[in-house]
Ligand binder design. Structure first.
Ligand code: FES
Length: 75
């Protein structure tokens, strides 16, 4: 089953996106990675923008979606 990205409107600021998949506030990091070797993705936004954040964990350009979730279909 494919999982589409999180579509977000981001205002300027720093964002921490979950890389471990354990956050209860996906796609944002909630600190649940602590105790593991995984660190969140840090994104600095300088002007308002729309982003697609990977939700399937397969993107080669995480934290951004690269369309890899579509490969789930038919497999
Ligand atoms: S909770 Fe997943 S990287 Fe922080």
């Amino acid at each position: 089953m494919s999982t589409g990205p999180h579509l977000l409107d981001l205002e300027p600021g720093n964002y921490y996106f979950c890389a471990c998949g354990r956050s209860r506030n996906l796609p944002y990091c909630d600190g649940s990675h602590q105790g593991s070797a995984v660190q969140p993705f840090v994104v600095a936004v300088s002007e308002p923008q729309n982003v697609a954040i990977c939700a399937c964990g397969r993107s080669a350009t995480r934290p951004y979606c690269d369309g890899s979730h579509k490969a789930d279909a038919g497999h």
